[in-house]
Design a protein around this ligand. Sequence first.
Ligand SMILES: Nc1nc2c(ncn2[C@@H]2O[C@H](COP(=O)(O)OP(=O)(O)OP(=O)(O)O)[C@@H](O)[C@H]2O)c(=O)[nH]1
Ligand SMILES: [Mg+2]
Length: 221
Amino acid sequence: MEKVDIGKRILRENEKYAFENIMFLAERKKLCLNMISSPGSGKTTILTRTIDELKGKLRIGVIEGDIQTDLDAERIRATEAPVVQINTEGACHLSAPQISAALKRLPVEDLDLIFIENVGNLVCPSAFELGESGKIVVLSVAEGDDKPAKYPAIFAKSKVLLINKIDLLDGGHVDFDIERAKADARRLNKAIEILPISAKTGEGMGNWYDRLEKWVKNSRL
Ligand SMILES: Nc1nc2c(ncn2[C@@H]2O[C@H](COP(=O)(O)OP(=O)(O)OP(=O)(O)O)[C@@H](O)[C@H]2O)c(=O)[nH]1
Ligand SMILES: [Mg+2]
């Protein structure tokens, strides 16, 4: 019983900060996207390619969440984008107070778009609102087409599903029925936009960039 109460208190505290983050971003008309996936689906690779290919068009900053190390922050830093690393020291998700502190360390006024790369985990991050404008779920074809059905919460809550590593479909290296994954995701979330991409070869990335540019334009209104 006590365990349940503590859990509720943590979520309530988190919501308070999430609301503050929403207000902070809305006052400045900034878009902030929370990227969530299993470990290794390609979040950092998508981000570094996106930052490089949208240079001169969108000014992007990143909040990197990891249990340990600043390896991903180093990869982002190599693109010259501003980045703040958060180490959760064991926790399987980022929380809104951490984002509140990280936003104060980024040059937010100079940015068009802030990405949060959440801790690699398909379950925990979906329960913690960060005050983001939207969630992006990444599913790579190497993980199996049953993941939307098996881990529904994050697919139900996301605005965009990026199906990554589609280069692996050529040559039959993996069995992944892309139509099944799309249908299951749409059953959970009628409005979800699904973009198949390869962050390695660049295939499909143009659709992702168009979506981001439109999103940033709308958030400025
Ligand atoms: N074939 C292929 N490999 C990819 C693609 N995108 C990423 N990878 C590889 O997948 C591995 C994991 O990529 P990351 O970008 O580190 O994945 P991540 O989601 O950031 O991982 P965590 O931060 O640990 O959760 C790396 O070896 C990438 O080179 C892709 O589109 N195709
Ligand atoms: Mg990463």
